[in-house]
Design a protein around this ligand. Structure first.
Ligand code: MGD
Ligand code: MGD
Ligand code: MO
Length: 662
């Protein structure tokens, strides 16, 4: 028996600290490490699934080459030779930007960034701009505060009011729950704002079942009440807020009555929430990212930030408009992606991936490399995404299993899991980072991503440009900015997990906002016209409202990380659950348990109805991440719409209908 400290590499709010147990060269258990102040010895079901995935018969353990409709095992030498031949030809004939590299945050292991370094050393390729995830809110917070910072989690214990604004805490952030229970025990109030009733271990003090995409209007109406009642922090406003006059203009017309018609929340409930937030503080807001997956998502986050600003809940003990820790991560780690090495580059919009790649010219895309992502399952508008993959002459995917994307590839390269290679794991959703050791030998011929791309650089004759560093040296590069805080690799190895040294308990405590005015910029306009705040029935393409009367939400599953592990959890359930309110079923003629087809202007999927009062009437919910090859593929339905700012995919700006499947 041996024990190792490690950290979960999944891109999740919590990043659990692990205690990995091995016996006879095998991982036998992953439990929680007591040393972490928040995950405190508890892990979620996804920790165990990482052992299951590692030893699963589904695991790809050798490089594979597609032959006809099947796969042939090949050696690394043969796989590299094929890849080098293709990359060399493409560079000569079409230029390096005829290669598309798609990567995302499938793993938070920072050495994995060496994939980008390889493509930059190659000459620069086509990559994506924007985000499938959190871009709209990040852009909003950067406009408002000058960056993305959040209070330390345990600051919530000083809050008297906590607002979970579109964050599905029990599914995506379960280690926040014990702290929320403490807040409740201490007499604090917890408010939930979500079109779906999330499953908390206690009753929230207030639940605002907001219409999808209407958070901006709701926040402005709350602002209206706060200003009308003067539940404001006037000294914070005069010293630290820019644009308050314009804000007063903006909210003047947005009365609770008017907002009630748009948000579906009664004027009375809006008044109640404003009183709790305005008078009961200090109040902290915990944003989720679901609420910004709309064409008005950035504006909505800005409207909510404004509530924190006018009540002085910014830079204050127990306050906060907590969106992410992105700034701390970007400031504290070295960049090994080698952007400076590229000679030519090209970017496409991430949300509009399928359509944009199909229309690319001079040069068109000839080869696609996919690392730490599963674009066929996770990108919106799957029909177009699949068309892109069919059209490409050469596709390489680096992954553990034959995902929907790997299935579309010519070559699949088997990567090593978090247990089989060392790395440094850091995440922009929290402030911790860790050295994660290699604890067992890689199975079969699987290799670390870092090895794969270093080796490819050697074989392409690019090693001088790429840099012939050892893994240790790359890790030293990654943590170089931390050296001035007396953190080096041996100290990190000794500690295992560490907290980012620049985090303070209270974000923006010094009230120094790196905006142009040096103050918080609260929003003052941009709320009219197209892509504005959204209203009932205004989500998605309005021209198809009659044919597609329902709104489709596709949030994340508590059991998976996006599409990861879905292959392990298959049971008798062969159809995707389609959640809808009983009233919706009566109105649209379907029943509980019935097999249905859910259709949008872009495609259709099969599912099985599960009636629940947890979702609002008129809203349909299917969790994202279910693999196409197992009857999923909810992104066949979702649009390639971009958010107003920050270029996020507006997945939930989606209309659908439900038909009986006969
Ligand atoms: N178990 C698990 N944990 C995860 C992930 C996972 O896949 N599985 N993914 C990780 C990643 S990458 C991310 S980005 C985060 C996401 O974390 P969250 O933001 O918590 O999760 P989402 O599923 O994106 O959506 C969250 C919530 O937004 C609500 N919502 C949808 N539309 C609206 C709206 O218009 N207004 C409001 N107020 N709420 C709305 C949904 O009902 C849902 O409860 O979770 C991370 N953690
Ligand atoms: N409909 C809908 N779609 C969504 C969302 C939604 O809410 N609704 N949410 C969006 C969000 S927030 C996000 S962040 C994206 C996520 O999009 P993706 O990152 O594409 O999603 P994952 O399913 O996590 O796929 C990651 C892949 O990387 C692989 N992987 C894991 N570790 C490693 C590694 O170390 N090396 C390599 N080479 N591969 C590895 C995994 O096996 C997996 O196949 O999905 C988006 N898609
Ligand atoms: Mo995400």
């Amino acid at each position: 028996m041996a024990y190792y400290k490690s950290m979960c590499p999944l891109d999740c709010f919590d990043s659990c600290a692990w205690r990995v147990e091995t016996s006879n060269g095998k991982i036998v258990k992953v439990s929680g490490d007591m040393d972490h102040p928040f995950t405190k010895g508890k892990v979620c079901p996804k920790a165990k699934k990482q052992i299951e995935r590692m030893y699963s018969p589904d695991r790809v353990l050798y490089p594979l080459r597609k032959v006809g409709s099947g796969w042939q095992k090949v050696s690394w030498d043969d796989a590299f030779e094929l890849i080098c031949h293709k990359l060399t030809n493409i560079a000569e004939e079409s230029g390096t930007t005829a290669v598309l590299h798609n990567f995302d945050s499938g793993s938070n292991g920072m050495l994995n960034e060496l994939d980008r370094r390889f493509f930059n050393a190659y000459g620069g390729v086509t990559t994506t701009h924007g985000s499938l995830c959190w871009g709209a809110g990040k852009a909003a917070q950067t406009m408002d505060f000058g960056g993305c910072r959040a209070h330390r989690w345990d600051e919530v214990l000083n809050s008297k009011v906590v607002v979970l604004w579109g964050r599905n805490v029990p599914a995506t952030n379960r280690h926040l729950l014990p702290l929320l229970q403490d807040v409740k025990r201490n007499g604090g109030k917890v408010v939930v704002i979500n079109p779906v009733r999330i499953q908390l271990p206690f009753e929230p003090d207030l639940f605002l079942p907001v219409q999808p995409g209407a958070d901006g209007v709701l926040a402005l109406a709350v602002g209206h009440v706060l200003c009308r009642e003067r539940w404001l922090d006037l000294s914070f406003i005069s010293e630290h807020v820019d644009g308050f006059e314009g804000y007063l203009e903006l909210i003047k017309e947005i009365t609770p009555d008017k907002a009630a018609r748009i948000t579906g929340i009664s004027a009375d409930l809006i008044e109640k929430f404003a009183a709790i937030y305005g008078k009961g503080g200090p109040a902290s807001i915990f944003f989720g990212y679901g609420m910004q997956r709309y064409s008005n998502g950035g504006q909505a986050v800005r409207a909510i930030d404004a509530l924190a600003a006018i009540t002085g809940n910014v830079g204050k003990r127990g306050g906060g408009a907590n969106y992410s820790y992105a700034d701390y991560k970007s400031e504290m780690f070295g960049d090994i992606s080698g952007d400076e090495l590229a000679v030519s580059k090209r970017h496409i919009s991430y949300p509009r991936w399928g359509e944009e790649v199909l229309n690319l010219d001079s040069p068109p895309i000839r080869a696609i490399f996919v690392t730490r992502s599963n674009p066929v399952t996770q990108l919106p508008d799957t029909t177009k995404v699949k068309e892109v993959f069919k059209k490409a002459e050469f596709v390489v995917t680096v992954d553990f299993t034959l995902t929907d994307t790997a299935e579309e590839s010519d070559i699949v390269l088997p990567c090593a899991t978090i247990f089989e290679t060392e790395n440094i794991v850091a995440n922009g959703m929290n402030q911790y980072f860790a050295y994660t050791p290699k604890v067992v030998e890689p199975l079969g011929d699987s290799r670390s991503d870092a090895w794969i791309f270093s080796e490819l650089a050697k074989r392409m004759g690019l090693i001088n440009r790429f840099g012939s560093f050892t893994t240790e040296q790359w890790m030293e590069e990654l943590i170089k900015p931390l050296n001035k805080y007396d953190v080096n690799l041996s100290i990190l190895k000794e500690n295992g997990i560490m907290e980012n040294p620049i985090i303070t308990d209270i974000a923006w405590e010094d009230k120094k906002f790196p905006t142009s005015s040096g103050k918080v910029n609260i929003l003052t306009n941009n709320f009219s016209g197209q892509n504005s705040l959204g209203s009932v029935g205004e989500i998605g393409d309005k021209t198809v409202k009659n044919e597609f009367p329902l709104i489709l939400l596709t949030p994340h599953s508590s059991e998976r990380l996006h599409s990861q592990f879905h292959n392990l959890q298959l049971n008798d359930q062969v159809r995707m659950p389609v959640l809808a309110h009983p009233e919706t079923a009566i109105k649209h003629g379907f029943a509980n348990g019935q097999n249905v087809i859910v259709e949008s202007p872009r495609g259709q999927v099969q599912g099985s109805v599960k009636l629940t009062e947890k979702v609002l009437p008129g809203v349909v919910l299917i969790e994202s991440g279910w693999w196409i090859k197992f009857g999923g593929g909810v992104n066949f339905l979702t649009p390639n719409t971009e958010s107003d700012i920050g270029l996020t995919s507006a997945y939930y700006d989606c209309r659908c209908n439900i038909k009986k499947d006969i």
